[in-house]
Write a protein that binds this ligand. Structure first.
Ligand code: SF4
Ligand code: SF4
Length: 490
């Protein structure tokens, strides 16, 4: 029997047309024949020795640099020694939580009380704090050519006055850098004054719209009255599209939260509704991270999900004609697929270093510094504000480097499992996906989920390659990055 560390560090998987090996050291996927596949299974899963199962072709793979046995021995994120420099001069963006209040009460909202996270309150950010946040960003971004400034809530448009002040403040103070303003809004407060301002200052907005009226209004209702918000949003969007058609098609996208079994209706809506069918729709599953209740999807939901997946694959191999003919919803799916594929093709590693860290964490406080209404810092807006380990500084005292390094090296919480995990370089665990209270069992379940998704993505990639996909979609995925297990625009 061989010991764990003598085994090639690989993960074997099959798709209908072939046999594959994901090689952890090189982070590459290798095509095998059935005999090679079985022999590698004997070694990695049945404890047989390399000597007894080797063949000429397997030895050739070794000579080409695959099938190494190396594992990471010590957890140390490669950016650990540079984080201080990054946060001194290379901060890329800031997210200002303008308010914890909202005029809607969406049932799955992180503030709804259904999550171990924040809840709605009347707290809001003062103009002074918002300006301090901008000053902090400018003091720490000397070497950044592009800054992304985002507004966050609750509903950010409840604090439209602060948005106006901040945008003008930035425009006056910043020279020689590209500035991108953006925020997500529930779309109910897009008055003429708001819209004129957004257009004048080229502000990107993402509208939360879950689908047709019956689907959308199930969750997205006004506070107090329980009245759905669909009609207001659609009428606001109609006005906006009429007055500013160019802005509407270029600066506006949709975020649709998927829940339950309404997916077919949702897809048809986003593919056929005249107003929204050409917008890019980013579908997200209702969040389960930090949820107090167990959230499950019906079988019908998964059937439809698989169908959409199938359509996306057909598009990828050219069996569905041009992108322009696809509904916005499909475009969102394709964008994700394209981005995932681009990541796979970037691999250049030859061996895992002795000291390393699984993929997943960002440079906390550098990429998407989140500042709450009181001026406390978090790595991003997805991090639970209940997780006190996630507070990485504040506007009064600046960064807390020690906490930032802990967030960067989150693997230390789980390192004995990580070093033997084949998904090490494709992991999506970061401080935002943990609440710091996970038991060993919960962590194992979470990791099994990560590995399942990684394997599915690899299988898609292999199937598409087999079917001759060229993935020639460079314009589809610009500015899209994988982050906390999801894709986000950067
Ligand atoms: S999936 Fe889990 S065990 Fe694997 S690298 Fe990620 S955190 Fe570690
Ligand atoms: S989701 Fe995770 S990786 Fe992404 S910005 Fe937030 S903390 Fe960083």
């Amino acid at each position: 029997m061989n010991s764990v560390s003598e085994k090639p560090f690989i993960h074997l998987f099959q798709v209908a047309g072939g046999y594959y090996c994901y090689d952890v050291n090189t982070d590459r996927i290798v095509t095998l024949n059935k005999d090679e596949f079985t022999r590698l299974q004997d070694i990695t899963e049945r404890g047989m020795s390399w000597e007894s199962r080797q063949t000429e072709s397997l030895n050739r793979l070794k000579e080409e640099g695959f099938l190494k046995v190396n594992r990471v021995r010590k957890t140390k994120h490669p950016e650990t020694d540079y984080l201080k420099n990054y946060c001194e001069s290379k901060v890329e963006g800031i997210i200002l939580q303008l308010t914890q209040q909202c005029n809607l009460r969406c049932k799955y909202c992180a503030y709804s009380g259904g999550y171990d996270n924040r809840t709605h309150s009347n707290k809001k950010m003062t103009v002074e704090t918002a300006k301090k946040g901008i000053d902090f960003l400018l003091e720490h971004s000397r070497d950044s050519e592009r800054l992304v400034i985002s507004f966050y809530g609750g509903e950010p448009l409840l604090e439209f006055k602060t948005i106006k002040v901040v945008v003008k403040y930035v425009e006056e103070k910043v020279e020689g850098k590209e500035i991108v303003f953006n925020f997500t809004t529930n779309g109910t407060l897009l008055t003429e004054e708001v819209v004129d301002f957004l257009v004048e200052h080229n502000i990107f907005i993402t509208i939360s719209l879950d689908g047709p009226e019956n689907v959308h209004d199930k969750n997205r209702r006004h506070v107090g009255s329980e009245k759905g918000s669909y009609k207001t949003i659609m009428s606001n969007l109609e006005e906006l599209a009429k007055k500013y058609p160019d802005y509407f098609s270029k600066y506006l996208s949709v975020n649709a939260v998927l829940e339950g079994d309404d997916m077919q209706q949702v897809r048809e809506f986003f593919e056929t509704n005249e107003l929204v069918k050409n917008l890019t729709v980013m579908p997200t599953l209702v969040s389960t991270t930090n949820s107090k209740v167990r959230r499950t999807m019906s079988e019908k939901f998964f059937e439809e999900y698989e169908y959409i997946h199938f359509l996306t694959m057909l598009y990828a191999i050219g069996r569905i004609p041009g992108r322009e003919k696809l509904g916005g919803y499909m475009k969102g799916k394709i964008t994700r697929l394209a981005s995932g594929r681009q990541e796979i093709d970037r691999k250049t590693r030859t061996v895992l270093p002795e000291k390393w860290h699984h993929s997943g964490p960002c440079l906390p406080g550098v990429m998407r510094l989140f500042v709450d209404v009181d001026g406390n810092f978090y790595p991003c807006e997805k991090v639970s504000e209940e997780n006190k380990d996630a507070v990485i500084g504040d506007l009064e005292n600046g960064y807390n480097l020690e906490k930032m390094l802990d967030a960067l090296n989150i693997e230390k919480k789980n390192e004995c499992h990580c070093h033997e995990c084949w998904a090490y370089s494709e992991c999506s665990i970061c401080i935002a996906t943990l609440n710091n209270k996970e038991t060993e069992e919960q962590m194992k379940t979470r990791c099994a989920g990560v590995r399942r998704i990684v394997e599915e993505e690899m299988k898609d990639y292999c199937v598409l390659k087999e079917l001759g996909a060229t993935f020639d979609w460079s314009e589809e995925n610009q500015g899209l990055e994988r982050c906390g297990g999801e894709y986000v625009w950067t």
